[in-house]
Design a protein around this ligand. Structure first.
Ligand code: NAD
Length: 347
């Protein structure tokens, strides 16, 4: 079968202080009246941007998993304002809210990511209504402009730095065996992994180290590019578990990745060699485990509140629909994988 690599139209600006270029970048795209969507800790950046642009308004405060009523309120605000674009400043939750607004209003999005989640580079949206998370892909909602400014990550708490970093690591790892992998996503995944391992460890040692933060954010950028390959078993299980039990997104990725990777790696030897090389480890699964241990993310699903009974239920929900690349687990294998992840069993 042919390899297909599709490139979305977007402009990426990366640099310390780059958020200061946002007004000129918006003007370059002919955009003059933004609705700025920002997490609470990013409110000062939103205010400064609005003052510099001289028009627009803001929605401050975002919620994880984009509740439908929150999306509806932001849509109303955008249409009352006559906004011509959305500017998301924050983590995956801020970008997610902007995407939910763009989904129905087709406003272009400019994103300033302040975590390593990678949503700014994907076409994936998610909205939660009455306890059910709906997701989909829509090319039109992928941010047209992404401004990466490492300075905005200096105050990212250690726990978010670590978990969000492991979320990006998961994008890189799965991109190496996902159905949509291409030579370009492979390169992005390998280099992204190397930079994330280095940058996240360094950022935890010194959160305000400019080099470490820039390295981690560059790794997250590459992880987002790599994720154009799509996900496989790991992302499928995170989606099912996150939806069923309302688990914290990044921590879930961090806790589960060692188990999904260890299960799939025997069927993906080339990916294994690449992961080991990127992590400077003899063995790829051991390299992932060592990174998770170093950054201090939760080591079991039990630490997120899950029981083995929950694992059995989730395995039953996921089993009919698990990807077969590079390997499809049997229902019994799936249940065993999740039970072990709940217990935090040795990988
Ligand atoms: P988040 O956006 O919820 O942020 C986590 C916490 O960190 C929040 O309390 C936030 O206020 C805080 N924070 C963020 N940036 C900060 C900063 N620079 N300084 C201080 N505090 C800061 O978490 P996340 O992991 O970035 O995103 C998770 C959400 O994104 C989930 O809903 C997930 O489904 C979604 N997501 C979507 C995609 C996609 O492709 N659509 C990809 C990854 C994640």
């Amino acid at each position: 079968m042919s390899v297909v690599h599709e490139t979305l139209e977007r402009r990426i600006v990366f640099g310390a202080g780059a958020i200061g270029e946002m007004p000129a970048e918006l003007a370059r795209l002919g955009l003059r009246r933004p609705l700025v969507i920002a997490g609470r800790s990013q409110a000062p950046y939103a205010e400064r941007l609005l003052a510099e642009v001289g028009a627009g308004d803001s929605v401050i405060g975002v919620r994880v998993h984009v509740p439908a009523d929150h999306a509806e309120a932001a849509r109303t605000r955008a249409s009352e304002l006559g906004a011509d674009c959305l500017v998301a400043i924050g983590g995956g939750s801020a970008v997610g809210l902007a995407k939910a607004v763009a989904l129905t209003g087709s406003l272009p999005i400019a994103a300033v990511p302040t975590t390593y989640a990678g949503s700014e580079l994907t076409t994936v949206w998610g909205i939660t209504d009455a306890g059910r998370k709906m997701t989909g892909k829509e090319p039109g909602i992928a941010p047209r402009l992404v401004v990466y400014d490492p300075e905005l990550t200096y105050d990212l708490p250690a726990a978010v730095t670590a978990a969000s970093g492991m979320n990006a690591v998961a994008h890189c790892v799965e991109a190496l065996w996902a159905a949509g992998a291409t030579p370009l996503t492979d390169i992005a995944a390998r280099e992204g992994l190397r930079l994330l391992a280095d940058g996240v460890r360094g950022s935890l040692r010194d959160p305000r180290d400019p080099d470490a933060r820039a390295t981690a954010l560059t790794g997250a950028w590459l992880a987002g590019e790599a994720f154009a390959a799509g996900g496989a078993l790991h992302h499928k299980l995170c989606h099912v578990l996150g939806g069923m039990f309302d688990l914290p997104h990044a921590e879930l990725h961090a806790a589960l990745l060692p188990y999904t990777a260890a299960f799939l790696l025997p069927a993906a030897p080339q990916a294994g060699r690449r992961i080991a090389a990127a992590l400077g480890a003899d063995d790829p699964a051991a390299g992932i485990v060592a990174l998770a241990r170093d950054v201090g993310t939760p080591r079991s699903l039990a630490a997120l509140g899950l029981t083995e009974d929950d694992a059995v239920r989730a395995a039953a929900v996921a089993a009919p629909d698990v990807p077969d690349i590079p390997l499809r687990p049997t229902p019994a294998e799936l249940e065993d994988l999740l039970r072990r992840a709940v217990r935090g069993a040795p990988v």
